[in-house]
Design a protein around this ligand. Structure first.
Ligand code: UD1
Ligand code: CA
Length: 454
């Protein structure tokens, strides 16, 4: 069956009080509309038609790499008017699923259930029973069958008692949309073209309206202001944490965890509080992530322990390494197995070999460090001359004394030793000791300058 997904995204979102169009506001690091497009793609929709209005350029720009048909609704004359705009490009056959750019979290399974329920009838919708239906369209049923949707503002007192509401999500045959949409009128309390009126038209045509409920209420919740956005963010994060716990992750507190992207995990991963994962990350078996760590597009192999407040961006970390606290791995950091990276160590575009250690206050940029080397506290690779970046190559089993500056381009051979406090500007051959310091001078019985009393 060929499904078209129609996404309404023309609304202004005045209550967000933002310069950004509402559907571009981020939830879990991704624009609201991005979540809807992602779900539409999971449904293998044949085509996605997005109706834009306010901030159209920005919205189209944000999704320029997606296969989307854009349809403009220059004036927002109602939900029915919005879908009318698609008629020139809407296929005659197949079925359309109507979604909203500001209702980001509807589940793929729920939509599949709707598509399935609609297959027999040609029109179906998602409804929900709520304790406070104020403001929503009410579902009017007779003998259990849906007869119409009445908007709150048009409803009688009796209809306002109805607690079954219209979520706004429908599945309708395209042939019927072509038939019904041109007949909508705006003769109602709000002077708008209501999409909801197609329900009464379907009933008049003798069709039965299929209806389903979502598994979880937040799936059909929309975002109108930042309070609702924050509430949905927490719902989404709670759901992701649950899913990870089902996969075997232990959280110190699942409420204090944020995933803004995807996370693949092995078994027995432990994550302490206030960890943020961004982009696509992977954690192997038994990995432990300490409190306050931030990982972006990073892979960490089995058995590695990360201490608190360490930051990773596009790093690849081997097995059984020890990292942090307060370590910073920047793009291109590549650590082999059993490496130790300690506090206030920054690694950028550098590979560190098996079992090598840089435990304290160090910058390794554009470096290659072999296996079993020890980088002393305060070692700096001077990789930048103000214009170009240069490489530092350190061999296996090298020992770099504390507070050394290695002025790149430079090579330190296997087994070489650099004396503490050196500024090394020439290559150091294998198994050689190099140091560079002014000679120490001693003055016995030295008197420091004294303050004189006035
Ligand atoms: C709509 C439904 C109501 C339902 C409610 C669920 C109608 C007439 N009513 O009411 O039954 O209970 O949603 O939230 O459909 N939009 C456009 N162009 C327009 C108008 C709206 O793109 O001309 C978009 C908005 O940006 C928004 C969505 O459609 O994303 C819903 O519009 P809104 O005005 O909020 O509809 P409601 O009055 O809430
Ligand atoms: Ca609304």
């Amino acid at each position: 069956m060929s499904t078209t997904v129609i996404i309404l995204a023309a609304g202004k979102g005045t209550r967000m009080r933002s310069q950004l169009p509402k559907v571009l506001q981020p939830l879990a690091g991704q624009p609201l509309l991005g979540h809807v497009i992602h779900t539409a793609k999971q449904l293998q929709a044949k085509n996605i038609i997005t109706i834009f209005g306010h901030g159209g350029d920005l919205v189209q720009q944000a999704f320029k790499n997606e296969q989307i048909e854009w349809v403009e609704q220059a004036e927002q004359l109602g939900t029915g008017h919005a879908v009318q705009m698609t008629l020139p490009v809407l296929p005659q056959h197949g079925t359309s699923l109507i979604l909203y750019g500001d209702v980001p979290l509807v589940h793929q399974e729920t939509l599949e259930k709707l598509l399935h329920a609609t297959a027999q009838t040609g029109i179906g919708m998602i409804t929900l029973n709520v304790t406070d239906p104020t403001g929503y369209g009410r579902i009017v049923r007779e003998n259990g069958k849906i007869q119409a949707i009445v908007e709150h503002k048009d409803a009688t007192d009796a209809q306002r008692q109805i607690q079954e509401i219209n979520t706004g999500i429908y599945c309708v045959s395209n042939a019927k949309l072509h038939k019904w949409l041109p007949r909508l009128s705006n003769n109602n309390a709000q002077g708008e073209y209501y999409l909801t009126d197609i329900v009464a038209m379907a009933v008049a045509d003798g069709l039965e309206i299929a209806s389903i409920h979502p598994e979880l209420a937040f799936e059909v919740e929309g975002v109108n202001d930042r309070i609702q956005l924050a509430a949905l963010e927490r719902e989404y994060q709670a759901q992701q944490a649950l899913e990870l716990m089902r996969q075997g992750v232990t959280f110190s507190d699942p409420k204090r965890f944020d995933l803004r992207g995807s996370l693949k995990v092995g078994q027995d991963v432990r994550i302490d509080i206030n960890v943020i994962i961004e982009g696509d990350c992977e954690l192997g078996n038994n990995v432990e992530i300490g409190a306050g760590c931030i990982l972006k597009n990073t892979k960490i192999a089995a058995g590695t322990k990360v201490q608190p407040y360490s930051i990773f961006d596009s790093a690849v970390v081997g097995e059984n390494t020890q990292i942090g606290p307060f370590a910073r791995l920047r793009p291109g950091a590549k650590l082999a197995n059993d490496v130790h990276i300690g506090n206030f160590v920054e690694v950028k575009n550098s590979s560190i070999g098996l079992g090598s250690k840089a435990n304290h206050f160090t910058y390794l940029g554009d470096a290659e460090v072999g296996a079993g080397s020890n980088i002393g506290a305060g070692t700096i690779t001077c990789n930048y001359d103000g214009v170009n970046k240069h490489k530092t190559i350190i061999g296996d089993a090298a020992f770099i004394g504390s507070n050394s500056s290695l002025v790149a381009p430079i090579q330190i051979g296997n087994g070489a030793t650099v004396g503490a406090g050196s500024v090394i500007t020439r290559d150091v051959p294998e198994n050689t000791l190099a140091f560079e310091r002014a000679q120490q001078i001693e003055k016995a019985n030295y008197q420091r300058p004294q303050k004189t009393k006035k």
